[in-house]
Ligand binder design. Structure first.
Ligand code: NAP
Length: 289
């Protein structure tokens, strides 16, 4: 059986079109959603991601400002920049591109972002809301994966879901999203004794480990939804965590790499920026009485 491909390119284009429509309505009211991205240092992958975000912002009408800071920038200087952006009315979303150079406190910088402008959804106030099942700005990657799973038409409630990886930005929020959708969720990591025992019973398998070909065909339940979040550069090519060719023969649905989750992550960031703009502008209007 050949799995159906979950086409990240097509699905992200649909989401971006919806976001663009919302932007057009905003602009008719004289509001331009604005996103500020802070990038510290010259990590090549980060520079590429930031350039892509800027390009997509421009293509759908979001005002984007890239703030480039040298790798040795002191923590205090970045904190000042974040505080200024928190106050700036033209900016509705603030994102600090990760990873940061080691002398900086990522947690402190992320927690300084106004939670209403936290379009990456990494502020503990937004993670806390997710934990409680309250509406919040969700991290783009797990939010995008959730949309991809929904696009298959497969019911999440009551299913066995396995998330490989437990990072704060992908694995943990992904597990909570699936739990909030009434899946029975297992989270695996490096010390999981028998990874295959978990993955092979998953109806929904999300893999975010950063280990090429970690998931082979014998580790996948026939008909499962397999979402490959992994991005690793091997000989200049982007590869995921799943042995795509072999697993396609077993799974019911599968995401490719490239052309899968990465595209959705950016589309969700754009959606979050517009969502943030909507609540900030609504708040502003209500404060005017
Ligand atoms: P991370 O912080 O390095 O976390 C990786 C997680 O995978 C950790 O929890 C780790 O376990 C677990 N892991 C590593 N090797 C494993 C193994 N052999 N068996 C089981 N678990 C294993 O990475 P991340 O930021 O979550 O990102 C994960 C991958 O997704 C990376 O390839 C990254 O580039 C990619 N990514 C893609 C997108 C996108 O838009 N497509 C967005 C974000 C990240 P421990 O906790 O025990 O160390």
């Amino acid at each position: 059986m050949a799995a159906q491909i979950i086409n990240g390119k097509a699905l992200s284009a649909e989401h971006l079109a919806g976001t663009q429509e919302a932007i057009i309505k905003f602009k008719a009211r004289g509001i331009v959603p604005g996103l500020a991205v802070i990038i510290v240092g010259e990590n090549p992958a980060s520079m590429k991601y930031v350039a892509n975000k800027e390009k997509i912002c421009q293509s759908i009408g979001i005002y984007s400002r890239i703030i480039r800071m040298p790798a040795h920038t002191p923590q205090a200087e970045i904190e000042t920049t974040i505080r200024q952006l928190n106050e700036e009315s033209a900016i509705h979303g603030i994102l600090v591109q990760l990873p940061l150079p080691p002398h900086l406190s990522t947690l402190r910088l992320l927690s300084l972002i106004n939670p209403a402008k936290d379009v990456d959804g990494f502020h503990y106030q937004n993670s806390g809301k997710l934990f409680y099942g309250l509406p919040s700005l969700l991290p783009g990657t797990p939010k995008g994966v959730h949309e991809m799973i929904k696009s298959t038409g497969v019911t999440i409630a009551g299913k066995d879901a396995v998330v490989v990886g437990r990072s704060n930005i992908v694995g943990k929020p992904m597990a909570i999203i699936l739990m909030n959708e009434d899946a029975t969720v297992s989270v695996c990591h490096k010390l999981t004794a028998d990874l295959k025992a978990y993955t092979s019973r998953a109806d929904i398998l999300v893999v975010a480990a950063g280990k090429p070909k970690l998931i082979t065909a014998d580790m996948v339940k026939p008909g499962a939804v397999v979402i490959d979040v992994g991005i690793t550069y091997v000989d200049g090519k982007v590869v995921g965590d799943v042995d795509f060719q072999a697993v396609s023969e077993v799974a019911g649905f599968i995401t490719p790499v490239p052309g899968g989750v990465g595209r959705m992550t950016v589309a969700m960031l754009m959606a979050n920026t517009v969502e943030a703009a909507a609540s900030i502008e609504a708040e502003r209007l209500s404060s005017l009485g």
